[in-house]
Write a protein that binds this ligand. Structure first.
Ligand code: NAD
Length: 391
């Protein structure tokens, strides 16, 4: 029987536009789903996207997302734009009855996320917020170990998401470094991912005590001769503007289940490229993970004889590990892009009404941004903040 075709409108042809387009093209090559996927339209704002459309196989290019999300031939709206635009796009897509994939962080504030969740609930559409690290097989396997009780009572969570890409003081004031577009610095960008993993694996936070820091307080405006990833040359006297987001954050986190933990994030940890790291310590065992070696999970089983205890490296590339049977034989490792494909498979299953509802969704996004706002408030007011204080 012919499968139903779902038409995708991808908004944003940047880093995530590319990662998502790749995942839409791959999902039916590796997984069995109920749907065919058609890349119908790529939506941009100012940068021409005709070459992008040709490369990834989009039928059309548009520069008007408002018109596209209302089109009756669109089934899925995929939002890959900077954070400040997520809410308006997601609410409009939900009101038009579209299923929605949206990039993280969910939105600029807890209140914005609640509006997104409410609109999606009212419309009865499936939403997926792309905290993609949940869909690393090693992380999904860690979840299994926690759920099976192999770690016992959880005492500690240590999450550290470290990068180094803006250490050059001449790196320009792109949207990532302006709170009106990004919400904040690494707390929105990276701690949101780290806290998503903490919630996924051990549960919600109750309170947080945080200190944020901005090291470089003014930067060149983009296009003012500033150094960028690709253009290393610098111009003297480039016009500068103040930075209003943090460069780094350390947070002590008290969890509802009684665990005590930490979540740190920075863009100033030299040598750390995408160092998304966590450790969980429980009464019966412990796990460690670092995305820079994403196929590996380290596990210590404290129920084994003491003389034999030690962290074992589990290469999570066997067919018995989550998602892996769709990919390669054991030992043939996977990468960043596979997490997006795994996620889109789960998203299509959710649309088909198969399996558990997909998470994280916009309600999870609201819980995450509530935590993020609590971190910001704690640092600003130099005090412990209860998550429930964020309204
Ligand atoms: N899950 C992850 O691993 C991950 C990684 C990077 C970024 N992100 C998130 O993805 C989102 C986008 O980040 P990015 O790195 O792709 O940014 P980017 O700057 O590379 O791309 C954003 C694109 O959106 C386009 N755009 C902006 N406004 C638009 C509009 N109104 N209509 C149509 N197109 C518009 C821009 O032209 C640009 O091409 C952010 O929310 C970011 O936090 C997630």
């Amino acid at each position: 029987m012919a499968k139903k075709t779902l038409n995708v409108a991808m908004i944003g042809g940047g880093f995530m536009g590319k990662a998502h387009s790749n995942a839409w093209l791959k999902v039916n090559k590796f997984f069995d789903t109920d749907f065919d996927i058609n890349l119908k339209v790529i939506v941009g704002n100012k940068t021409p996207l005709e070459a992008f459309a040709a490369r990834w196989g989009y039928d059309e290019v548009s520069y008007d997302w408002r018109e596209v999300v209302r089109r009756p031939d669109i089934d899925i709206v995929d939002i890959g734009t900077p954070t400040w635009e997520h809410m308006e796009m997601a609410v409009a897509a939900a009101e038009a009855g579209k299923h929605i994939v949206c990039e993280k962080p969910c939105a600029l504030s807890y209140q914005q996320c609640l509006k997104m969740a409410e609109a999606a609930k009212k419309a009865g559409v499936v939403t997926y917020l792309n905290h993609n690290y949940r869909r690393v097989p090693a992380v999904a396997y860690a979840k299994q170990l926690v759920e099976e009780g192999r770690l016992g009572t959880i005492y500690h969570w240590r999450g550290a998401y470290l990068q180094d890409w803006i250490m050059d003081p001449d790196f320009p004031l792109t949207w990532h470094l302006q709170s009106k577009y990004a919400g904040g610095g690494p707390v929105f960008d990276l701690s949101s991912h780290a806290y998503d993993l903490a919630r996924y694996l051990i549960g919600d936070a109750k309170a947080v005590t945080a200190v944020n820091k901005t090291f470089i307080t003014e930067r060149p405006l983009p296009g003012a001769g500033a150094a960028t990833f690709s253009a290393g040359s610098k111009t003297e006297n480039a016009q500068k503007a103040p930075v209003d987001v943090e460069d780094a954050s350390f947070a002590v986190v008290e969890f509802e289940n009684g665990a005590l933990g930490s979540i740190e994030s920075t863009r100033f940890a030299v040598g750390c490229k995408n160092y998304n790291d966590f450790e969980v310590y429980g009464s019966k065992g412990a796990i460690r993970f670092n995305f820079e070696s994403m196929n590996e999970l380290w596990f210590l089983d404290a129920t084994q004889p003491q003389a034999e205890q030690g962290f074992r490296r589990i290469l999570c590339t066997e067919g018995v590990h989550p998602y892996v049977s769709a990919w390669w034989p054991g030992g043939h490792i996977i990468g960043y892009e596979h997490t997006f494909v795994n996620a889109f498979y789960d998203f299509l299953q959710a649309i088909a009404g198969k399996g558990a509802p997909i998470t994280p969704d916009f309600e999870d996004g609201a819980a995450i941004i509530r935590f993020v706002e609590a971190v910001q408030l704690s640092s600003k007011e130099q005090r412990r903040v209860l998550i429930e204080e964020i309204k």
